[in-house]
Design a protein around this ligand. Structure first.
Ligand code: NAD
Ligand code: IPM
Ligand code: MN
Length: 366
C-alpha cells in the first residue's frame, strides 16, 4: 500500500512526539510492505514565527492532498498574549474546520498493568473501556463570528448548532456503539441550554434507526462525576465540542496520564487527522521526557481508520501494551517499579517490539 501522510509537529512536545509516531509507522511500513511518504508542514506557534499565521495556506493545501494527517500539538506561553487570530490554537481549529473533521473519537482504555498508575482506586478503574465521540467543528468554539466580541466591557461567545451538524455526529456515535457494547450515553445540559434541547431531540429521533442500541441522556455535570466514580458504566459517550474537550481530559486519569490518550478527527470518508488529546506541555518541553504513547496510539488509529490496516493497528497497540508490561514507562506515569525512560527510549522499545514480532504476526494474520 502506498500512502501520503502529512506531519504537523506544531509546538512544544508536539514536535518531540511526532517523530516517535513516524518511527513507528516506518517500522510498520518496512515489516508489512507498505510505502508511506511524508511531508512536514507548519502549524500553530511555530507557523506564526515562520509564516506570520498559525495556519499557512500551503499547510491546508498539503493536508487536502494527503491520505491522512498526524498532528503533534500547538500552543505555548510565547504566544499566549497574542490577539485571537494570531494564537496557535486558531491554527488547530482552522485545520479541523477546513477539512470538515466533525467527529473526534477519543478512546479511553486502561492498560491492565497501569491500573495502579491512576490516582483513582484500582477497583474503580478496572474494566473501564469507553469512547468519547466529541463534536469537533461547531458549538462554542465556532460561535457565530458576527456575534463574537470583546470590547473590554462586554464579551460574547455563542453556542450555535445546525440540526444537520448534530445529526451527523449522533449518527457517528450510534455507528460506533453498534460495533461496541451497544450502549450510548448522550451528554448535554438540556436543563439549561437550547442547543442541548435540540441535541436531545435529534438523539431521540435517531434512536429509531438503531433499535439494538440502549440510549440514555445524562446531564454533563452528573456525567463528569460518574466518569470517575463508575467509569465502567459507560460505553460510548456523544457530546458537543466543549463538553467533550473537558470530559476527555478528565477521563484520561483512568489511564494514569493524559500522555496515554490518542484521538482520531474524522469526516464521512476515510480521510482523518490524528492527534493526541494532550497539548504542547510547555512545562516539560525540550527535556526529552514526554510520553510518546498517545501520539503512537494515534498513529495506530490512522492505520485503522484511514488505511483500513486493522492488523497493523493492532500490532502497534500490542507493542504499546507489551512495552508497558515489561515495566517501561515515562515519568508522567506514577509508577514506582519498572524502568523510567525518556521519549526516545520508549519509542525504541515500541519499534523493537514491532520488528521482532512481525514474522509471527504476519503468519497469524493470514
Ligand atoms: P497540556 O495537555 O499541554 O499539559 C497538561 C499537563 O499534562 C502538563 O503537566 C503536561 O506536562 C502533562 N502532559 C501532557 N501531555 C503529556 C505527555 N505526552 N507526556 C507527559 N506529560 C504530559 O495542557 P496545558 O498545559 O493546559 O496546555 C499547554 C498548551 O497546549 C496550551 O497552549 C494549550 O492551548 C495547548 N493545547 C494544545 C492541544 C492540541 O494541540 N491538541 C491540546 C491541549 C492543549
Ligand atoms: C484539544 C485541545 C484544543 C481543543 C485546543 C488547543 C484548541 O484542548 O484538542 O483537546 O479544545 O479542542
Ligand atoms: Mn483539550
Amino acid at each position: 500500500m502506498t500512502k501520503k501522510i502529512v506531519l504537523l509537529p506544531g509546538d512544544g512536545i508536539g514536535a518531540e512526539v511526532i517523530d516517535s509516531a513516524k518511527q513507528v509507522l516506518d517500522a510498520i511500513a518496512e515489516e508489512y510492505n507498505h510505502t508511506f511518504s511524508y511531508e512536514t508542514h507548519a502549524i500553530g506557534g511555530s507557523a506564526i514565527d515562520e509564516h506570520g499565521t498559525p495556519l499557512p495556506d500551503e499547510t491546508t493545501a498539503a493536508c487536502k492532498s494527503a491520505d491522512a494527517v498526524l498532528l503533534g500539538a500547538v500552543g505555548g506561553p510565547k504566544w499566549d498574549q497574542n490577539p485571537s487570530h494570531l494564537r496557535p490554537e486558531k491554527g488547530l481549529l482552522g485545520i479541523r474546520k477546513a477539512l470538515d473533521l466533525f467527529a473526534n473519537l477519543r478512546p479511553i482504555q486502561g492498560f491492565d498493568n497501569l491500573l495502579h498508575a491512576s490516582p483513582l482506586k484500582e477497583e474503580v478503574v478496572k474494566g473501564s473501556d469507553l469512547l468519547i465521540v466529541r463534536e469537533l467543528t461547531g458549538g462554542l468554539y465556532f460561535g457565530t463570528p458576527s456575534e463574537r466580541r470583546n470590547n473590554g466591557h462586554s464579551v460574547v461567545d455563542t453556542l450555535a448548532y445546525e440540526r444537520a451538524e448534530i445529526e451527523r455526529i449522533v449518527d457517528k456515535a450510534f455507528q460506533a456503539a453498534s460495533i461496541r457494547r451497544k450502549h450510548l450515553t448522550s451528554v448535554d445540559k438540556a436543563n439549561v441550554l437550547e442547543s442541548s434541547k435540540l441535541w436531545r431531540e435529534v438523539v431521540e429521533e435517531k434512536k429509531e434507526n438503531y433499535p439494538d442500541i440502549t440510549v440514555e441522556h445524562m446531564l454533563v455535570d452528573a456525567a463528569a462525576m460518574r466518569l470517575i466514580t463508575n467509569p465502567s458504566y459507560f460505553d460510548v459517550i456523544v457530546t458537543e465540542n466543549m463538553f467533550g474537550d473537558i470530559l476527555s481530559d478528565e477521563a484520561s486519569v483512568l489511564t494514569g496520564s493524559l500522555g496515554m490518550l490518542p484521538s482520531a478527527s474524522l469526516r464521512e470518508d476515510s480521510f482523518g487527522l490524528y492527534e493526541p488529546v494532550h497539548g504542547s506541555a510547555p512545562d516539560i518541553a525540550g527535556q526529552g521526557i514526554a510520553n510518546p504513547l498517545a501520539m503512537i496510539l494515534s498513529a495506530a488509529l490512522l492505520l485503522r481508520h484511514s488505511f483500513n490496516l486493522d492488523n497493523e493497528a493492532r500490532i502497534v497497540e500490542s507493542a504499546v501494551q507489551n512495552v508497558l508490561e515489561q515495566g517501561y514507562h515515562t515519568g508522567d506515569l506514577n509508577i514506582i517499579d519498572g524502568q523510567k525512560v525518556g521519549t526516545e527510549k520508549m519509542t525504541e522499545r515500541v519499534v523493537d517490539y514491532i520488528k521482532s514480532n512481525s514474522a509471527t504476526n504476519s503468519i497469524m494474520s493470514c
